[in-house]
Design a protein around this ligand. Structure first.
Ligand code: ATP
Length: 241
């Protein structure tokens, strides 16, 4: 089954068309990188998929549940880490997760077990009782990922999750998310403009100026475009159109 399926997705802000007939899917348990330069439309796409905006056109399905017909069922399958940090800085990490669990209707006992499990998995359990304000940017990001996993989603969406982090911080986030995908079979849609975050084993979707320019196994993109490297392929795909 497809974890996420987008069919003919379109959106405009006023007269400005920012997404145009975008169709692709994320397979169950796969890591899919949504790659695009600034302004490509990645955040708008995330806003549509997570129900922040209604798509002007097209269809979004999450594990077979339509966002239009049954958004509650679709959203229950989804964990989201937005580009802008959304933790309450005055609450502790554990309190932030507890609040999220309550919003998803988790019983208090289950909530406590899960928040410990998820904070431990993301290697921030030792900081769980400190206000988020006292954590580093990388630790805050990891708390956000732990929070997104509280309701056991089957797909995790992350919008440029490494922005503003140093190289070790970026690597740590990437390793954690790749482990979730590999060990727990969680599908991932990871939006980025950093080419170095793409691995040859990933599925790749290249978005440019609101249009889908290429989709397939990342390891095939260079050969497909008859260029020497993935970087060259990205340059070709994101030339002004
Ligand atoms: N609320 C809005 N009102 C008007 N235009 C918008 C709005 N949000 C985004 N846009 C425009 O939509 C286009 C796509 O923006 P979006 O933020 O989706 O791209 P992005 O790929 O996420 O870029 P970045 O990597 O810079 O975050 C841009 O031209 C942007 O100016």
């Amino acid at each position: 089954m497809k974890a996420l399926s987008l069919e003919g997705l379109g959106h405009s802000f006023g007269q400005r068309r920012v997404l145009d007939a975008v169709s692709f899917s994320v397979a169950e348990g796969r890591m899919c990188i949504l790659l695009g330069r600034n302004g490509a439309g990645k955040t708008t796409l995330f806003s549509l998929v997570t129900g922040l905006y209604h798509a002007r056109s097209g269809q979004i399905d999450v594990f077979g549940h339509s966002m239009r017909a049954d958004p509650a069922a679709a959203l229950a399958q989804m964990g989201v880490v937005f580009q802008q940090q959304t933790l309450d800085l005055d609450l502790t990490a554990a309190e932030n997760l507890r609040y999220h669990g309550a919003l998803h209707g988790l019983a208090a006992g289950i909530c406590e077990t899960r928040l410990r499990e998820e904070l431990e998995r993301l290697e921030v359990l030792d900081r769980g009782d400190e206000p988020v304000r006292s954590l580093s940017s990388g630790q805050r990001r990891r708390v956000e990922i732990a929070r997104a996993l509280m309701h056991r989603p089957r797909i995790l969406l992350l919008d440029e999750p490494t922005t503003g982090l140093d190289v070790p911080g970026r690597r740590a986030i990437e390793q954690h998310v790749r482990a979730l995908c590999r060990k727990r079979g969680i599908a991932v849609l990871w939006a980025t403009h950093f080419l170095e975050e793409v691995s040859a084993d990933d599925d790749l979707v290249v978005l440019h100026k609101g249009r889908l320019r290429w989709a397939g196994g990342a390891g095939r993109v260079a050969a497909d475009l008859a260029v020497a490297s993935m970087a060259d392929a990205f340059d070709v795909l994101t030339e002004a159109a």
